[in-house]
Design a protein around this ligand. Structure first.
Ligand SMILES: [Zn+2]
Length: 96
């Protein structure tokens, strides 16, 4: 369950607007979008056959209200990260 407040949501939307994120949906042309509650986190690996996640790229997700097309915006670029993200807890004890 999300703990985002309306103020959190308004802040994220303002940050997107301040960066010129105002174009219609690239798939259907709709101009109605919804900010999804919660963060989408992408795991980055050094190689495709390496199962160890080295870095996390947290993002917020915006969905087109008509067709559901999803767009992701990295939180760092929005000024929402204060420091590097820690490794996932299970990565430190990865077996050899
Ligand atoms: Zn759309």
């Amino acid at each position: 369950m999300s703990t985002w407040t309306q103020q959190d949501r308004n802040d994220i939307v303002k940050r997107l607007h301040d960066r010129g994120v105002n174009r219609p949906c690239p798939r259907c042309g709709s101009e109605q979008f919804s900010l999804l509650d919660g963060y989408a986190v992408f795991g980055l690996v050094d190689r495709l056959d390496d199962e160890g996640v080295r870095h996390l790229a947290p993002s917020v997700c915006v969905a087109c209200s008509r067709c559901g097309y999803l767009t992701f915006h990295a939180m760092g670029a929005l000024g929402l990260l204060n420091k590097d993200q820690p490794l996932p807890p299970n990565d430190a004890e990865k077996p050899e």
